[in-house]
Ligand binder design. Structure first.
Ligand SMILES: [Fe+2]
Ligand SMILES: [Fe+2]
Length: 333
């Protein structure tokens, strides 16, 4: 489907502000945390082995579903090449404009630079913890990148920014809950690591929400329709195609998602809450000058959280733990 020129115009208009978005929502390389800040210092012969030993001892306290969720979260972060290449292809994001990339391409690269640290730190933690089968984790990661994803946004910047606004908040919630849970089990270092990742996700969420807010100001009807279209077909998680080695594409996602619901890291209630937060943040009820079609989209959106809430309440979460190849039950009970 060809996108109308207005979207391109709007993206060009907003592109002028990208440098200020980068300044406002991202942190320069020299100031931001790096994975090494949260991991044993491998150059220090005197402390390294003791630190690793302590990390491994603390890891023994954490239960099975916790590891499954942490692995799934890590793999989702590690599939970053998929998201970067997807966003680079969005209408209005141009890597090769007049011999250099435009502001949006810069945004995507800088955002990727920050995100890349998440998979990096989590992967190293999992490796050192000794609690997970890394070869299986690595195979799943490679599968997920190979399989790509289709999040139903097409190349539409409006839909993509709704998706990222939603998704960054969802990752904020899940990393933050993992942090709380780690703390509950006495694992302060892991808790700090996940908390700082959550902080990044919140900044990113604020950035993408700000892009959408800006678009609402100049193209309210189309933005409203894009928002409602995305909510109508539900936000698909980036790990939707998750699989274990030797299994069919997507076959691991449902059980991963049940594990996250069982331990309360990311639930159907969170989905409803995020939707409501976006509706409130963009003040959907107050937007004026809408076409008839956009008014209908607004009506749909305003009623949706309550509807989804009723559906969510009927959901029965399976109690039994599902055994993944990533986490050996003989090692983690
Ligand atoms: Fe992330
Ligand atoms: Fe993120």
């Amino acid at each position: 489907m060809a996108l109308d020129n207005i979207r391109l115009e709007v993206m060009k208009l907003l592109e002028k502000k990208v440098d200020s978005f980068v300044d406002q929502f991202l942190i320069p390389v020299d100031k931001i945390w790096q994975p090494t800040d949260f991991l044993p210092d491998s150059q220090n012969e005197d402390t390294f082995f003791d630190e690793v030993k302590e990390l491994r001892e603390l890891a023994k306290e954490l239960p099975y579903d916790f590891w499954v969720v942490l692995v799934g979260d890590t793999i989702t972060e590690e599939a970053l090449p998929t998201y970067e290449s997807w966003l680079m292809d969005v209408e209005g994001v141009d890597q090769h404009e007049n011999g250099k990339d435009n502001g949006w391409a810069k945004w995507v690269r800088y955002w990727t630079g920050e995100e890349n640290r998440h998979g990096d730190v989590l992967n190293k933690y999992l490796y050192l913890s000794g609690r997970v089968d890394m070869i299986e984790v690595e195979r799943t990661t490679q599968h997920l990148i190979n399989d790509g994803f289709d999040i139903g946004t097409d190349r539409d910047p409006y839909k993509n920014f709704v998706y990222t606004s939603f998704q960054e908040l969802a990752t904020y919630i899940s990393h933050n809950r993992v942090a709380k849970m780690a703390r509950k089990y006495g694992n302060k270092p892991l808790s700090k690591m996940c908390k700082i990742i959550a902080g990044d996700e919140m900044r990113h969420h604020n950035a993408y929400s700000e892009f959408v807010r800006n678009i609402f100001e100049v193209d309210p009807s189309q933005m409203m329709i894009a928002f409602s279209d995305m909510m109508k077909k539900k936000i698909i998680m980036p790990a939707y195609f998750l699989r274990e080695s030797g299994q069919a594409m997507g076959s691991a996602f449902e059980e991963f998602s049940w594990a996250a619901q069982r331990i309360g890291v990311y639930t159907s209630q969170d989905y409803v809450d995020i939707m409501q937060r976006l509706i409130d943040r963009w003040e959907i009820d107050k937007i004026i000058d809408l076409t008839d079609e956009a008014e209908k989209a607004r009506d749909f959106l305003m009623k949706l959280p309550a509807r989804m809430q009723r559906i969510g309440e009927r959901l029965v979460i399976p109690e039994d733990i599902f055994e993944f190849k990533w986490v050996q039950p003989a090692i983690v009970k």
